[in-house]
Ligand binder design. Sequence first.
Ligand SMILES: CC(C)(COP(=O)(O)OP(=O)(O)OC[C@H]1O[C@@H](n2cnc3c(N)ncnc32)[C@H](O)[C@@H]1OP(=O)(O)O)[C@@H](O)C(=O)NCCC(=O)NCCS
Length: 224
Amino acid sequence: MAETELSLIFPQRFGDSVHGRLPGDHVLTSIAVPSTTPELKTERLLLRGWRASDRGPFAAMNAEPQVVEQLPAALSRPESDALADRIEAHFKMHGFGFWVIETVNTEFVGFVGLAVPTFKSHFSPAVEIGWRLNPKHWGQGYATEGGRAALEYAFEQLDLEEIVSFTATENRRSRGVMERLGMSRDPADDFDHPQLPPEHRLSRHVLYRIDPPRAPLVSGVRLV
Ligand SMILES: CC(C)(COP(=O)(O)OP(=O)(O)OC[C@H]1O[C@@H](n2cnc3c(N)ncnc32)[C@H](O)[C@@H]1OP(=O)(O)O)[C@@H](O)C(=O)NCCC(=O)NCCS
């Protein structure tokens, strides 16, 4: 994809631009990032930037058997911290990322947000939406509520033209979030995840896509 097309995906909306690399050999030259992490508020949640105090609950979540059932492996504390480092670096590079989500009483719920996938695929370059919640917060619609806010930010603030989401075929809960968000799947888009061996139990993935809404969103999400 040519740089001009990339700049359609990542239009210049903020002051200072940064240079980076997208999956494959695409040079990212046109995106500009805000100096602070944007925060989003929904009816029940705050989506915010990462703090040092998030690292403990994040590691606890990443070690939960229920959480890692649909992920390649549980993470050790250093692996979990390294993932938090990568998420923070992503915010610095792109101006968006996987936000921490917390409840009104400031309890750490998990993360939801936007990211540029690190692997090359038939749908790259792309921006994905993703989520991971502590199981004690499953079944309350938090992933869907946070996901709606992230989608609204992607389309209304970043002017992105499409958001994708992907997960192991068997990940019913994650697919449920995608479907509640109005994302749709074409089986022709299914793929084997290039970062997993083909024989891995989670290798086969489904891809969901969503375009910007034709009318403005009215979810009540506000930037704080
Ligand atoms: C994927 C994951 C975030 C989904 O969590 P979830 O709680 O099932 O999803 P939501 O927050 O959207 O909640 C939906 C559930 O809450 C219920 N619910 C209750 N109140 C609700 C509300 N106000 N709005 C929407 N749903 C609500 C829904 O009926 C649904 O219930 P169900 O589980 O019986 O179908 C979670 O399972 C997870 O973290 N998994 C591990 C990590 C992972 O797999 N991440 C994705 C990798 S690609």
